[in-house]
Design a binder for this molecule. Structure first.
Ligand code: DX5
Length: 223
């Protein structure tokens, strides 16, 4: 499966968000990730549906997947709004609602691909019962809330164990990793079984074209 790079716009220049995101896509990025933070589930507040709205011209023009990562308490309150704003993927945290199965069913009922995210301390067993219904499982390799954090090394082994569980369950879902991802740790993550990599600072800090090309070099040779 071709590995996809999903730049996180949390690290983009908000004075020129569309142009900065376009630079990443022009250089070879595949998806765009929108990190929604409510200041409760995570200590930071980022943005809401306005950020998804801001990417709709690119989405129409380029067919780019707009991947919304809801780091919010009780995300079921916002699924319809983000679906209407133009999310292609909606990912909820298994720790953020008592009703993960219902949230996944609602996302799919909205015609959007459904993802579930696991914080670093959450075991992969937490997604076992909903795995057959998922289009994506997200392994957080930092504690969510901020970009620019250090990658948690044992995340690679968690990816390996999750990939094994997904293969045994016959799941065709994407296995996404997010947090501190860079061209140096990307090859190990891909070998462990990740097929979508989220990167914020490693894409948007500095020369975007050079940053994305550095990812492409290691991702394309590994696939
Ligand atoms: C963290 C976010 C990540 C973050 C990634 O809570 O979910 O998507 O923006 O940023 P980097 O790649 O800089 O760790």
């Amino acid at each position: 499966m071709a590995v996809k790079l999903a730049p996180s716009i949390l690290a983009a220049d908000f004075t020129r968000l569309e142009a900065h995101a376009r630079e990443a896509l022009d250089a070879g990025a595949d998806w765009l990730q929108v990190d929604v933070m409510d200041g409760h589930f995570v200590p930071n507040i980022s943005f809401g549906t306005a950020a998804v709205d801001a990417l709709q011209r690119l989405r129409r023009e380029r067919g780019v997947v707009v991947d919304v990562h809801l780091m919010v308490e009780r995300p079921e309150r916002y699924l319809g709004a983000f679906a209407r704003a133009g999310a292609d993927v909606l990912t909820v945290h298994v720790e953020a609602t008592a009703h993960v199965h219902r949230a996944v069913q609602e996302i799919k009922g909205l015609g959007v691909r459904a993802g579930v995210a696991l914080n670093p301390a959450t075991p992969i067993s937490a997604v076992e019962e909903v795995l057959p219904d998922l289009d994506l499982v997200l392994v957080m390799s930092v504690n969510p809330g901020f970009g620019g954090q250090a990658f948690i090394p044992r995340s690679t082994d968690k990816v390996r164990r999750l990939r094994k569980a997904m293969d045994e369950a016959g799941s065709g879902a994407h296995l996404q990793v997010d947090g501190g991802v860079s061209p140096s740790n990307a090859p190990d993550l891909v070998r462990a079984g990740a097929d979508v990599l989220v990167a914020g600072s490693a894409v948007f800090e500095g020369d975007v074209r050079a940053n994305v090309e550095a990812f492409r070099r290691v991702l394309d040779e590994k696939t």
